[in-house]
Design a protein around this ligand. Sequence first.
Ligand code: BTN
Length: 315
Amino acid sequence: MNETRHRVLDALADGPVSGPTLADELDISRSAVWKHVEALRDEGFEVRSDDAGYVLDSVPEFGASAVEYGLDAPFSVEYHDSIPSTNARARDLAAEGASDIVVLADEQTGGRGRLDRDWHSPSGGVWLSVLFRPDVPMAHAPVFTLASAVAVTRAAREAGVEASIKWPNDVLVRRGEEERKLVGILTEMEGEADRVSWVVVGIGVNANVDPADLPDEANPTSLSAERGEPVDRRLFTQRLLEEFDSLRQDTEQVVEAWREYATTLGQQVRVETPGGPIEGEAVDIQFPGALVIETESGTEVVSAGDCEHLRPVTE
Ligand code: BTN
C-alpha cells in the first residue's frame, strides 16, 4: 500500500474526518482523497461516510492490506488467493532485487516441502514466504529457520494452541506420546560463503484447515482443529511476522528462545544425516542451529538431517 493511502487509512481509523480536512492534512486534492477512499473500499475496508465525515468501520479479514494494516514490522505484503508456491514467487522477487516482502496466499496449488516433498496447501491456511537480505555469512543462515519456528510457535500459543518445536523446524502439537504436525518450514537462500545475498523463509501453517483434508502421513493437525474454532488469520499472521522481525534482528536471542519451546531436547532421537543415521539423546542446540546428540560412542553435533523422536526405552 502506498504511503499516502496508509495515512488516509490511519486518519479514517481515528475518524470521523471530513474530506476537506483530510485533503488539507495530507496536502492532496479532495478528489485524491475520494480516490483513496474508493480504493480502500475496493480492498475490503468498510468506510462509512456521514455528516461528520469518513470513518473506518471494519478491516478486511485477510489479504495484503489487511495484514499490512497495523503491522508492526517493516514488511510489504503481496497476496494471492491462489498461487503455485509462495516460495517460488519469493525467489522470483529475489532475482528482481526485492527485499522485506512477504508473499502470502490463501491456497497453493504446487506447495513445496523439504526433501522435495509436496506440501498440501488448501484454502484456509497461512502459506507465506518472507524474503529478506540479512548481513550475515552463509554459515549463520540456519538461525533464521530456528527464528521462524520460534515466531510461529509464539503466535500459535497466543492463539491458544500449545505448539512446540521438533528439531530443526517442525512445529507440532503433542498429545501424550502423539505428535501432530501443525507447521512446516522450508528455507531457501543464495549467496557466497562470507555473505548471504537473500533468504526466503517459507512457512506453511495449517490454520483454518480440516486435518482430514491433509495427507495422513504427516499426522497433521491445524489451529482451528486444536482450538475448536477458526483463528483470525490476519492477527495470527501479523503476530508471526512481528515476532520473526524482532528475532531476525537479534539472532543472539534465537537459540535460547528455541530451547524454551523445544520438544526434542531430552528425547531419544534418530537423525538421518548425509553420513548415515545418528542415534542417541538430544541434549542441546548450538548456534546457528546444530543439534548436540549424546550417542553410545560419544557426542555428535549434527547440523542438518531428518529427525525422528524415538520412543523412550522402557525398563
Ligand atoms: C516441510 O516439508 O515441512 C516444509 C513445508 C513448507 C511449506 C511452506 S508453505 C509456504 C511456502 N511455500 C512453499 O511452497 N513451501 C513453503
